[in-house]
Design a protein around this ligand. Structure first.
Ligand code: 6GU
Length: 244
């Protein structure tokens, strides 16, 4: 899968994604990251890419020309006339795991990172296919949201995660929070690892983990529990264990 990011801060995007799992996926050529500096497409002698808003008001607005030409360069590079293009904006639909899965089906995906007070509406109407936010708070620009999305989408691309992690994820992408994890030492500052995890009894361990997932989802994300597919056993367990 090829990610293309139109941004004024290409270094920020590259530095963030070259680490860890996304970095390894790039080295293995499972994903690629093409950062396009919008400023390279300025035709202004001072390389300006923004100007004052018509009608007045605070801040600056990104001009349509440089973004248009940056996108044309991506179309030429991919040889594709139609590309899915995500504009990162707090006004968009809130990103979630099912959107990550859906975007991961694309061979090429383009992101437009806005800055300043916004982007000229005309270029958005011309090229944007998806308006996406990452949550209800205001960030300085679209770079961090693009990185968040690329990380989450990459994990849904075949070969990026190990088969083990991938299979585990499948079984837990069911609207329940993860169970707690423990590693050595068996006792840390007087606190012991739950006995069941040391028992070697896999059925009991699975049961305990399922129950822990149910308890923490009910406690911390009751909104998720409503969407989760619960078995009769799950419901019985929750009924027998009132909220602590
Ligand atoms: Cl996508 N952009 C900005 N600037 N702020 C945000 C956001 C996006 N999502 C949440 N806050």
């Amino acid at each position: 899968m090829n990610f293309h990011v139109m941004t004024l801060f290409p270094e920020m995007i590259r530095n963030g994604l070259e680490e860890s799992i996304t970095g390894r996926a790039m080295n293995k050529n499972i994903i690629s990251l093409n950062t396009v500096n919008i400023r390279d497409f300025s035709q202004d002698k001072h390389l300006h890419v923004d100007d004052y808003p018509y009608g007045g008001g605070a801040g600056m607005v990104m001009q349509p020309g440089p973004i248009y030409r940056a996108f044309e360069s991506i179309k030429a590079q991919t040889g594709k006339e139609k590309l899915r293009l995500v504009y990162l904006t707090p006004q968009g639909s809130v990103f979630n795991q099912s959107m990550a899965k859906d975007f991961a089906k694309e061979e090429d995906l383009v992101f437009l990172c806005g800055h300043y007070e916004g982007v000229d509406e005309r270029i958005l109407e011309m090229i944007v296919t998806d308006y996406v936010s990452i949550g209800d708070y205001v960030l300085t620009g679209g770079e961090l949201p693009a990185m968040v999305m690329i990380d989450a989408i990459s994990r849904m691309v075949p070969g990026v995660l190990s088969n083990d992690v991938s299979a585990e994820f499948e079984s837990f992408s069911d609207n329940l929070l993860e169970y707690p994890q423990y590693t050595r030492p068996e006792e840390f500052m007087g606190n012991k690892v739950p006995d069941v995890l040391l028992s070697g009894h896999h059925a009991n361990i699975d049961k305990w983990r399922r129950e822990q997932s149910l308890l923490r989802t009910r406690k911390w994300r009751p909104d998720l529990l409503e969407k989760a597919e619960l078995t009769k056993k799950d419901i019985e367990f929750l009924d027998k264990n009132p909220i602590s």
